[in-house]
Write a protein that binds this ligand. Structure first.
Ligand SMILES: Cc1cc2nc3c(=O)[nH]c(=O)nc-3n(C[C@H](O)[C@H](O)[C@H](O)COP(=O)(O)OP(=O)(O)OC[C@H]3O[C@@H](n4cnc5c(N)ncnc54)[C@H](O)[C@@H]3O)c2cc1C
Length: 437
């Protein structure tokens, strides 16, 4: 990939979000010898579990390999999804129609759950229920959106509607798409402010959060578990692994079931306010139906375009990926061809082979992961559900709990096949767009 040549003079290879919420530099507290529950991973999932466990009086230690701010929960797009990406038919084929319905109904509860959490904990993170526009990359994709509208309306109390191409500019100032769909149950927030706010809430509730402490191994003992970390050993009665797209040797069984994938975002330099307002008139979150999808939005202050996507299926730096993202953005809005990029960054998401997030227990260790790049609400929710289960407070089992969790023979967690699969998907998207042109 060519070096970035669209960079603004103040270009940074760092998340735009760090301007308002830079990673903490506070001293790291000492690691205790034991904890009632030890949580590996201080993303939304681990911190949400910690907060809920503390609300039920359970002692909690959260350990993370890096500083809060350096992993997916601080640097994502901040787009809050209101449902799963998978349709009822696919879920029914995998899990049966009843479980499929339960999964979709429960996934629709994640957004109101997050909204209540933000309000209860007074987390100021520019949250707004914006709704989401899904642009169809070809006519058959537009036809397919009708089914999604029907499922959303049937299984949730939220509204959704099709937007034909003639009316598309009411949502986005482009002819790039062949119409689209609006899903009302969707929101936007500042992901790093949310992450900091969640960490503060967990600490206020009494959780101990120890950063810069990778956990190397978890060993089962008669009375619980032993965690070997870079700062020493901790014993714990229960363990939750909440490592998602960064899962390594700490839980090989989970690693074999997750496909880590880099996702990339750029931020443009500030646009004239009237231009930004015209590009996305209703301020909705935008995604498209490409297999290699784009997701984008305006910054919370409404001045910049934040454009994200799978710019590379190989390990590329954010600086290397920026020109491709810029080109993708210009294909939507040619007028931004000369608009510079001030920030570019990347982080890991985790996909699963059945396209569904999972929570459960393996050999006594709790896990929750695999939000398919849509974990702002879902990872928070699954952490909460895991905590309720451990605290014995779950009213009913979650539909996401203990689903069969597939892997593939010989797969160890290194997705060597992604460049091939990604290129194939990109080619299919391109062909469909060309045929429709
Ligand atoms: C660029 C990008 C854009 C995205 N955009 C969106 C979006 O717009 N909307 C949306 O809903 N989702 C989005 N996502 C996905 C979302 O960010 C994730 O689903 C969510 O943050 C997952 O939270 P988590 O707590 O499960 O994992 P993470 O936030 O990934 O946290 C896992 C933590 O585990 C730690 N860890 C791993 N191994 C160890 C170990 N051995 N010892 C100690 N700690 C360890 C890691 O350091 C990390 O901090 C995006 C992700 C990326 C990367």
């Amino acid at each position: 990939m060519a070096a970035v040549d669209i960079s603004a003079p103040d270009f940074k290879e760092a998340p735009y979000w760090w301007e308002a919420a830079p990673p903490s530099k506070a001293a790291v507290p000492a690691l205790p010898d034991r904890a009632e529950v030890a949580i590996v991973g201080a993303g939304y999932c681990g911190l949400s579990a910690a907060l809920e466990l503390r609300r039920h009086g359970v002692g909690v230690l959260v350990v993370d390999a890096v500083r809060i701010g350096h992993a997916a929960s601080s640097l994502n797009g901040g787009m809050v999804a209101g449902s799963l990406k998978v349709g009822h038919a696919e879920l029914a084929r995998a899990f049966g129609p009843e479980r499929a319905t339960a999964l979709l109904e429960e996934s629709a509860r994640c957004l109101p759950f997050l909204e209540n959490l933000l309000e209860r904990e007074a987390i100021a993170c520019h949250y707004r229920r914006t709704g989401r526009f899904v642009g169809a990359h070809c006519p058959s994709a537009y036809a397919g959106l009708a089914g999604r509208v029907e499922t959303i309306k049937r299984l949730t109390s939220a509204d959704a509607w099709l937007v034909p191409r003639q009316r598309q500019r009411e949502e986005i100032d482009t002819d790039h798409y062949h119409g689209g769909m609006v899903a009302e149950a969707s929101g936007a927030l500042h992901p790093a402010l949310y992450h900091c706010g969640l960490a503060d809430a967990a600490r206020r509730a009494g959780a101990l959060v120890v950063e810069e402490t990778p956990v190397d191994a978890i060993t089962r003992r008669a009375s619980g578990f032993m965690l070997r970390t870079s700062r020493g050993v901790v014993e714990a009665r229960e363990v939750i692994v909440a490592t998602n797209g960064y899962t390594g040797a700490v839980m090989p069984w989970l690693r074999r079931r997750l496909i880590p994938l880099g996702s990339y975002i750029i931020a443009t330099e500030p646009l004239p306010p009237e231009t930004a307002r015209r590009l996305i008139p209703r301020g909705r979150m935008i995604v498209d139906t490409n297999r290699v999808l784009s997701y984008y939005r305006l910054s919370p202050d409404g001045t910049r375009v934040l454009y994200g996507g799978r710019a590379s299926f190989r390990r590329a730096t954010a600086r290397e990926a920026a020109p491709r993202l810029h080109a993708m953005m210009v294909s939507v809005w040619p007028e931004l061809a000369r608009t510079g990029v001030t920030h570019a960054w990347t982080g890991n998401v985790a996909f699963t082979f059945d396209h569904v997030p999972h929570m459960g227990v393996h050999e006594g260790v709790h896990y929750a992961a695999g939000c398919q790049g849509s974990g702002v609400a879902m990872a928070t929710y699954l952490g909460h559900q895991t905590a309720l289960k451990i605290a014995g407070r779950a009213v009913a089992p979650s539909a996401f709990d203990a689903l069969p969790f597939p892997t593939r023979p010989t797969y160890t967690g290194d997705p060597w096949f992604l460049p091939v699969v990604g290129s194939y998907y990109r080619l299919r998207d391109w062909l469909e767009r060309r045929l429709a042109a």
